[in-house]
Design a protein around this ligand. Structure first.
Ligand SMILES: [Zn+2]
Length: 287
């Protein structure tokens, strides 16, 4: 099977993006995997620190490995990881990629910490991709009444291409998550402000590394198509599948109040996740 690095490269050549979907449990996992299998597309399963603590760091690896052994093109990413120790933990556990999130650190400190993570990944003997973040895009994947505090969408607040180039050169990261008008979570209205596609292109050109769009929930198909053409190779979706999961679960419970078999009342939750993932994968792959 192709490595994640090869899969990302292939996506860039085809001008499509690989979908990255977070999971908290087995229903979410199967929802994502079945969607990808239905469309015969590669997919990345992501788990934040909190999601990893719930599922189990090594247990998530075992789940994804079991599918890879069956020839399914699924990869495993440690989403937003805030300390070197937790980066080390997932590299040791065999994850395909890890995101060190030093967006709240000073530029200099972000470089020092990110570089340490890259060095550890290189010394692992495996091809582990390290992604880092430059520019603040908020932290929580939930439904929001307003744009999160600290996230500014003016041109001057977005990731600066020259600074991004410097950051990539000094850290040696494989992929960069920029702030280009995106933020984690989605607005209750369901429509997030437009992305700055021009800035995506400028950062991609300056850095030469694949870019990762975080906080894709709430963004439009036009935003995806434009930003993917400009250099986005991976798109993260979490909030929308969390919302779908909860709605599916509520449906499963309310429609069968006497049902006590979890695998029965949880099915609508899994299907709801699958539906959203399929829809997003079609967007990312121009299907
Ligand atoms: Zn993110």
């Amino acid at each position: 099977m192709k490595t994640l690095r090869q899969a990302v490269q292939e996506a860039q050549e085809k001008k499509v993006a690989i979908g990255h979907f977070n999971i908290s449990n087995l229903e979410g996992f199967w929802g994502v995997v079945r969607a990808a299998q239905n469309l015969s597309l590669p997919v990345i399963i992501g788990l934040s620190e909190g999601e990893r603590d719930f599922v189990g760091v090594r247990q998530a690896r075992a789940l994804v490995t079991s599918l890879q052994e069956e020839g399914v093109q699924v990869y495993l990413n440690a989403d937003h990881t805030y300390s070197f120790d937790r980066v080390k933990e997932v590299i040791d556990a065999g994850y395909d990629s890890v995101i060190f999130d030093g967006a709240k650190l000073s530029f200099e400190e972000n470089i020092i910490q990110t570089k340490k993570c890259v060095e550890y990944a290189r010394a692992s003997g495996r091809d582990v991709l390290v992604e880092a973040e430059l520019g603040y895009i908020g932290t929580s994947s939930k439904v929001l009444d307003e744009i999160p505090e600290g996230v500014l969408l003016g041109e001057e607040s977005l990731t600066d291409p020259a600074k991004a180039k410097d950051f990539v050169e000094k850290t040696g990261i494989d992929m960069l998550a920029p702030a280009v008008g995106n933020f984690h979570g989605m607005l209750r209205s369901g429509v997030d402000p437009k992305l700055n596609i021009e800035r995506v292109g400028a950062i991609a050109l300056a850095t030469g590394v694949p870019l990762v769009l975080h906080g894709g929930s709430g963004n439009s198909q036009d935003d995806f198509t434009g930003s993917i053409a400009a250099g986005i190779a991976i798109v993260h979706i979490n909030t929308e599948i969390r919302v779908a999961y909860k709605q599916g679960l509520t449906k499963g419970l309310s429609e069968n109040p006497d049902e006590v078999a979890p695998y029965k009342f949880l099915k609508p939750a899994m299907s709801a996740v699958q539906e959203v993932v399929e829809k997003k994968l079609r967007f990312f792959n121009n299907l």
